[in-house]
Design a binder for this molecule. Structure first.
Ligand SMILES: Cc1cc2nc3c(=O)[nH]c(=O)nc-3n(C[C@H](O)[C@H](O)[C@H](O)COP(=O)(O)OP(=O)(O)OC[C@H]3O[C@@H](n4cnc5c(N)ncnc54)[C@H](O)[C@@H]3O)c2cc1C
Length: 572
């Protein structure tokens, strides 16, 4: 095997170089582990770099009444109490320390008058809680973590796509991938693997997500035997660009509303008064997205099928300082000056709350040796994520995953890889080159996106989801018969064929979970079951690979301890 394939050996292999992966790698290095970080894109280009509004952490720099308890309460309420309560507690308690650490490592946050980290308001957060760097917080986070990690000495394998996890039947022992440039395969042996591959938004056509978001981590973990949880909860962010068509879906950060942006319909009505008069524009994302969707459906939408979001009542200099990316984004892509004109916005597929099922303290999945953090993991956000809670999630659980992965690596023996597994993975990945004259994987992708948008989108109904599941079966057959032209070098058609396998798997997990959850909760809206169900409020949907079939069962949530019930009962 070592002769046929380039092979690397690490204590801890981190798949993904976003905030979660980099934070995990730093922690594993700090424990003395040898660490490799694999990334589908270039280092510094992971999706986290796009994060805009900020990191939620109850530092109480602006609102002194804030603390971990209100943050915990907001997170649980936002998640409609389906959250893993222990994750929500650890997240709220540890986020401030993680942000301070980031500052010590060189992150330059916006400041209060007296020099502390400035915090802004965001939807669903009772207090001003988002630590930010204008509207470019993700860039600063990635820059800081990357500098730190590179100086501490992790090995980076970039533009390398992992196509399969390796197991010895009991635990995860590495992964196989290919270099996107040459198409050559590469094997990673590892005592522990951390999955930090982000989300699944590319299965929908209107999305804020980048090309990397094809659900690889969840699909790879599922195939290797780990459980997934609550995949029905896909967040549609209320404000994506709707015009011109080429930029549809690009995010308009919630920071616009956090800084005082107002939503209006074509009649000039501030329609959030109808849907959430108390919180208005700062309501949670699920509520605002459904409100815009309803306004458009009932004929009160804008010219291009959205709503107006207006920040032009604020001084122009202030807007340019606090929202520089938004100012440039609209000026350059839509010829709109947001200091003078409103933006046209509408819902866009943004985030998945479901993912790899993990244990709260260690971020270990149900497959020993496999850990998961960030958007690839499930639990913290329940049925709906609050803005800002992802970046803090990456820091808190990225660190925990790295720590536990390094510890696990000290406890287990060196992995012994079965060469047959590698051969199989290679043969499967090369399958699209075997066919001649089949259809293009891009055509299957386009149709998958249409199906997910129209049948498993923002509002769902039984017949539609069943229809989607039937179509997914056809797409699987079509994918098996696709063919790609040319060689393995820089071959986008081949990359798409590989990504499609993940997208079909995660789309099926979303549809299956959405079909059985007969209620509307958080980001999951069933037209045929519009109310919350007390019974479903006690259950997580669990999915696993059951031979060639997809197993689905419900596990009951664990009971909240009395002291946390007390925290939830308190009003503020
Ligand atoms: C426009 C935008 C703005 C946002 N703003 C905010 C915000 O202000 N605050 C907030 O809290 N959240 C925000 N979010 C959400 C947040 O940015 C993401 O949830 C978060 O960055 C995900 O980080 P991650 O580390 O889990 O994954 P990512 O940063 O996406 O990293 C995933 C990594 O995995 C790699 N990868 C994927 N598949 C493979 C594979 N098969 N093989 C090898 N490598 C692979 C990728 O190359 C990448 O390096 C925003 C999201 C968007 C889209």
């Amino acid at each position: 095997m070592s002769e046929r394939f380039e092979t690397h050996d690490h204590d801890v292999l981190v798949i993904g170089a976003g905030g979660a992966g980099l934070r995990a790698a730093i922690e594993a290095l700090a424990q003395g582990a040898s660490v490799g970080v694999v990334s589908k894109s270039l280092l510094g280009k992971a999706h986290t770099v796009m994060a805009e509004g900020g990191i939620a952490a109850a530092m109480a720099n602006v609102d002194s009444a804030d603390g971990w308890k209100p943050h915990f309460r907001d997170t649980m309420r936002g998640g409609k109490f389906l959250n893993n309560w222990r994750m929500a507690q650890l997240h709220a308690q540890e986020a401030p320390e993680r942000v301070l650490e980031l500052e010590q490592w060189g992150a330059l946050f916006d400041r209060t008058q007296d020099g502390r980290i400035l915090q802004r308001a965001f939807g669903g957060h009772t207090f001003r809680r988002l630590c930010h760097v204008g509207d470019r917080t993700g860039l600063e986070m990635i820059r800081t973590l990357q500098d730190r990690g590179v100086h501490m000495g992790f090995d980076v394998y970039m533009e390398c796509t992992i196509v399969q996890l390796l197991t010895d039947g009991k635990r995860c022992i590495g992964a196989i991938g290919y270099w996107r440039e040459t198409g050559r395969f590469v094997v990673f042996k590892a005592k522990s693997v951390v999955m930090a591959t982000g989300g699944i938004g590319k299965a929908w056509p209107i999305t804020s997500n980048s090309w990397e978001y094809t659900g690889d981590g969840m699909a790879l973990a599922y195939e290797a035997g780990a459980e997934l949880m609550d995949m029905e909860f896909v967040q549609f962010h209320p404000t994506g660009m709707v015009w011109p068509p080429g930029v549809q879906g690009i995010l308009v950060t919630e920071a616009v509303r956090g800084e005082g942006g107002i939503l209006r319909n074509k009649n000039g009505e501030r329609f959030m008064e109808r849907y959430d008069p108390k919180r208005m524009e700062l309501s949670t994302r699920d509520v605002v997205a459904r409100s815009i969707y309803t306004e458009v459906k009932e004929g009160r939408g804008t010219e291009h099928g959205g709503a107006y979001l207006d920040i032009s009542h604020k001084p122009a200099e202030y807007v340019k300082k606090k929202l520089p990316s938004m100012y440039h984004q609209f000026k350059e892509l839509a010829d709109v000056d947001i200091t003078k004109q409103p933006m046209e916005v509408g819902p866009t597929c943004h985030y998945v709350m479901g993912g790899i099922r993990v244990e709260a303290e260690t971020a270990q999945s149900t497959l020993p040796g496999l850990f998961a953090a960030g958007e690839a993991a499930a639990g913290l956000h329940g049925a709906n994520r609050l803005g800002g809670n992802s970046l803090s999630d990456l820091l808190v659980f990225g660190r925990r995953a790295g720590l536990a992965a390094a510890k696990h690596a000290q406890e287990v023996s060196a992995p012994r890889i079965d060469p047959a597994q590698i051969d199989e993975a290679e043969a499967e990945a090369l399958q699209p080159f075997k066919h001649q004259g089949g259809e293009s994987p891009f055509a299957v992708h386009r149709d998958l996106q249409k199906t997910m948008q129209s049948l498993v989108g923002i509002f769902r109904v039984r017949d539609d989801v069943q229809k989607a599941l039937a179509e997914l079966e056809k797409y699987k057959e079509r994918l098996a018969n696709t063919s790609v032209e040319g060689s393995r070098m820089f071959n986008p058609g081949w990359h798409m064929a590989i990504d499609m396998k993940s997208m079909l798997t995660v789309s099926e997990t979303v549809a299956r979970s959405a079909l059985v959850r007969e209620e509307s909760r958080g980001a999951h809206s069933r037209i045929d079951f519009p109310e919350l169900s007390a019974e479903w409020g006690k259950k997580n949907n669990i999915i696993w690979r059951d031979g060639d079939a997809m197993g689905l069962r419900q596990d009951r949530l664990s009971e909240l301890p009395a002291e946390l019930q007390q925290v939830l009962a308190e009003d503020k």
